[in-house]
Write a protein that binds this ligand. Sequence first.
Ligand SMILES: Nc1ncnc2c1ncn2[C@@H]1O[C@H](COP(=O)(O)OP(=O)(O)OP(=O)(O)O)[C@@H](O)[C@H]1O
Length: 282
Amino acid sequence: MNAQDSAGPSPIIRVEGLSRTFHLGRHTSVTALDDVSCELRSGTCLAVVGESGSGKSTLARVVVGLEHADSGTVSIAGTPVQPTTSRRRLRERARQVQMVFQDPQGSLNRSLPVGATIDEMLRAHRPDLDRSARRAQVLDLFDEVGLTERHADAKPSALSGGQKQRVAIARALAAEPEIIVLDEAVSALDVSVQAQVLALLKRLRAEHGLSYLFITHDLSVVRDIADDVVVMRQGRVIEHGTVDEVLDRPRDSYTRLLIASAPRPGWKPRRGLRDQLLGRDA
Ligand SMILES: Nc1ncnc2c1ncn2[C@@H]1O[C@H](COP(=O)(O)OP(=O)(O)OP(=O)(O)O)[C@@H](O)[C@H]1O
């Protein structure tokens, strides 16, 4: 049985037959997505794992509408998603789906206190709030992600990587989305900071009823946070099921190799494993 068949919450994101090829020159192209189908059940976390270049980020970008697909469909809460440049449509979509990237620096203005970034988000999405109500909301959001007024008034350069990622999460929450797409959002953090941010994400998911599409190459992170998992290789879905099904009883040899190559206590790399993963002779 896979996640699609399992009883439980209905899908908030449904991806069907998605394909995307990038043409790099007259004779060169890369198929980043090849007939990809999967679904994120409402209120759960779907992890997308796979080697570098397997198409994870392209899938995330198509889902949020930043990238178009050549064929296939993405539906969010039953409504098909199309790429758009309409500001109104983009704002509506941003209210529904927010994205958190690996490098929070990209969404923070180096010359402004980080609280101003959240204020900007509130101005876009909460026209009902005046200046002082927005300030109160900024401080509430900082409190929610374990930061204080002192952090809100600091420039990005004064914050650690983990604190900046907390700001990026607060910024996403400011739009009151139903879904957050996290693209390698904890990958750049030290293991102990990573564990804290994962704990925060789990708490926020429960408190706000959020659904997560969680892109990662790290299987220990998948075990920690995800309910379901999609394994991708060369743009294709290799396996899709619950975390227990896929990680404890993998059906595909590629998934078994991914699991065997994942670092864990006492782990010793098997010689030539990476070559096998890449389909090369060891
Ligand atoms: N805008 C683009 N133009 C050309 N090729 C692209 C573009 N975006 C992605 N690709 C190619 O598509 C393939 C899939 O890339 P993608 O970034 O989706 O993989 P990924 O699994 O997220 O990898 P990583 O973990 O390294 O980010 C890669 O071969 C990549 O080089």
